[in-house]
Design a protein around this ligand. Structure first.
Ligand code: EPU
Length: 338
């Protein structure tokens, strides 16, 4: 097992930020994972687990042992007439899992097609799109404590999932490497086409009774039309979370800005699309030097090439200040600053 010094992470973060890890290695099995933990401990250094690098902003050169999760494998645990239970390695590319499930006709993650990143990272921020979140198919996960090497099973309840949130972004942040995830997929063929453009896109594709594969194709088409491909232009998907505000606050805003969209999310709260706030504040398509706001989706900040993490961070905080001044709403990054 090799530990590479001053290793460039540029190809390992979808923002394409140049930053160098003090030490870098990858673990393809539990033995390598343990060796990496021992190495970090012997050097008295912190350890950072990297998945697909699709939800991070590197602000400097991490003075850490950076460990890429390369644990592979998709295993069928058991199946009934209606359900199939899978154990999936934390290093499996999320979209590869989606394609595998879709090809088999197993439903539940087709709305999450083309989300960048790995299976092990998916529960950390409870990835979601087009009316589905991973929590809807999640059963449990296995993780290794990166300081002690102990293994622990986290149940659905243990993960305390919320909107783009889990215990791994809060109390347990930075403490675990997620080695495998157990999901329950459906064999019923039922699909969820309720969100936004999906039905319209299916109609334009000439599909009257959509199956799992059709919905996956529709989602892929929508994402390709709105979201920049990190292989072409550096980005980490939505940079901010969609804020939730009390209903009375929303109604007040609606009087001042009648076009503002809002979706009730229960218990008297309304979710407002951050993309709308940023666009209507004039930032969509804005560019300054190497960084900018994507021209087709204002929630996505982009690196046009050669940007530093700080340049992105400064643009993000200017947007936060500007939106807060205009609407009185503080936007919170969805992306993790490292
Ligand atoms: N909107 C604008 N201008 C924009 C973008 C959005 O006005 O530039 C408004 C429109 O009113 C639109 C609404 O926002 O109807 C919703 O837009 P969209 O369906 O594109 O979704 P989003 O709220 O911008 C969220 C997720 C995405 C996910 C989509 C689809 C968050 C932070 N983002 O974006 O997730 O793909 O819904 O479900 O919740 C990601 O997390 O990286 C991500 C891409």
């Amino acid at each position: 097992m090799q530990f590479l010094e001053n290793y460039s992470l540029r190809a390992l973060n979808t923002f394409g930020i140049e930053a160098r890890a003090r030490f870098f290695t990858a673990a393809a099995n539990l033995g390598e994972l343990m060796s990496a933990l021992e190495y970090a401990s012997a050097k008295n250094m912190g350890l950072l687990v990297l998945g697909g690098g699709s939800n991070i902003l590197l602000l400097g050169n991490p003075d850490l042992v950076v460990l890429k999760n390369n644990l592979q494998g998709i295993e069928i645990l058991d199946e009934s007439e209606k359900l199939i239970r899978l154990r999936v390695g934390g290093g499996v590319v999320w979209h590869d899992l989606v394609l595998y499930a879709v090809a088999k006709g197993w439903g539940g993650i087709e709305n999450l097609s083309l989300i960048p990143g790995t299976v092990g990272a998916a529960p950390i921020q409870n990835i979601g799109a087009y009316g589905t979140e991973i929590k809807d198919v999640f059963e449990s996960l296995e993780a290794v404590n990166i300081r002690t090497g102990d293994t622990r099973l986290f149940s659905h309840a243990d993960c305390r999932f919320g909107y783009r949130d889990s215990i791994f972004k809060r109390e347990e942040k930075g403490r675990w490497m997620i080695t495998s995830v157990i999901l329950q997929l459906s064999k019923s063929g039922e699909v969820n086409t309720s969100y936004g453009d999906i039905r319209e896109v299916l109609r334009s594709m000439g599909v009257a009774e959509p199956g799992v594969a059709d919905v996956s194709r529709a989602v892929i088409q929508i994402r390709r039309s709105k979201l920049p491909d990190p292989a072409e232009i550096g980005n980490a998907g939505s940079f901010f979370k969609n804020p939730e505000v009390p209903e009375a606050f929303f109604l007040d805003l609606k009087e001042r800005f009648p076009a503002i969209p809002g979706y009730p999310v229960g218990s008297g709260a309304v979710k407002i699309p951050a993309g709308w706030l940023i666009e209507s504040d004039g930032w969509k398509g804005y560019r300054e030097g190497n960084v900018g706001v994507h021209s087709r989706q204002a929630l996505v900040l982009v690196n046009y090439g050669g940007a530093t993490g700080d340049e992105v961070r400064i643009l993000a905080s200017r947007i936060q200040e500007s939106v807060e001044q205009k609407y009185g709403i503080k936007l919170h990054p969805e992306v993790n600053y490292i």
